[in-house]
Design a binder for this molecule. Structure first.
Ligand code: DGP
Length: 111
C-alpha cells in the first residue's frame, strides 16, 4: 500500500479535511506554505504520466476539488495547484496527488 492508501484506510493518521468515494484531501505533513493540502484519488494512479483517457473524470474532479477547497480554506488572494511528475519534479510518493498551496505569495519560476 502507498502512504496515501494507508491514510485513506486510517492506518496512519493525517489531518483529513474532505473525502468522498473517489478522493481524499488532507494537510501535507511537510507544509511548504501556511496552507498545503494534498488531494489524492483513491484509485492508484502512480503519476500523471500513467493516467489514461479512462481517468479523465477523476483528473477533472481533483482540480475542481482543489478549487472548492481553496474557497473553503479562504485562499482569497490566490493559490497554486501543483502535480510533481517524476524525479526532475521531485515526486516522492508514487500515488498521484495534487498539491494545493496558499496563504503566502509563491515565487515563480519554482525552484
Ligand atoms: P511529492 O513530492 O509531489 O510526491 O509530494 C509528496 C508529499 O507528500 C510531500 O509534500 C510530503 C507529503 N507526505 C509524505 N508522507 C506523508 C504522510 O505520511 N502524511 C502526510 N500528511 N503527508 C505526507
Amino acid at each position: 500500500m502507498t502512504i496515501f492508501e494507508k491514510i485513506a484506510a486510517r492506518e496512519i493518521p493525517a489531518k483529513i479535511i474532505w473525502e468522498d468515494d473517489d478522493a481524499i484531501a488532507f494537510h501535507d505533513v511537510n507544509p511548504q506554505a501556511p496552507v498545503h493540502v494534498l488531494i489524492v484519488p483513491k484509485k492508484i494512479i502512480p503519476r500523471l504520466a500513467e493516467a489514461t483517457k479512462s481517468d479523465a473524470a477523476i483528473l477533472g474532479k481533483l482540480l475542481l476539488t482543489a478549487a472548492e477547497l481553496a474557497k473553503k480554506l479562504e485562499l482569497t488572494n490566490g493559490y497554486r495547484v501543483v502535480i510533481n511528475n517524476g524525479p526532475d519534479a521531485g515526486e516522492s510518493v508514487p500515488h498521484l496527488h495534487v498539491h494545493l498551496l496558499g496563504k503566502r505569495a509563491l515565487a515563480w519560476p519554482p525552484g
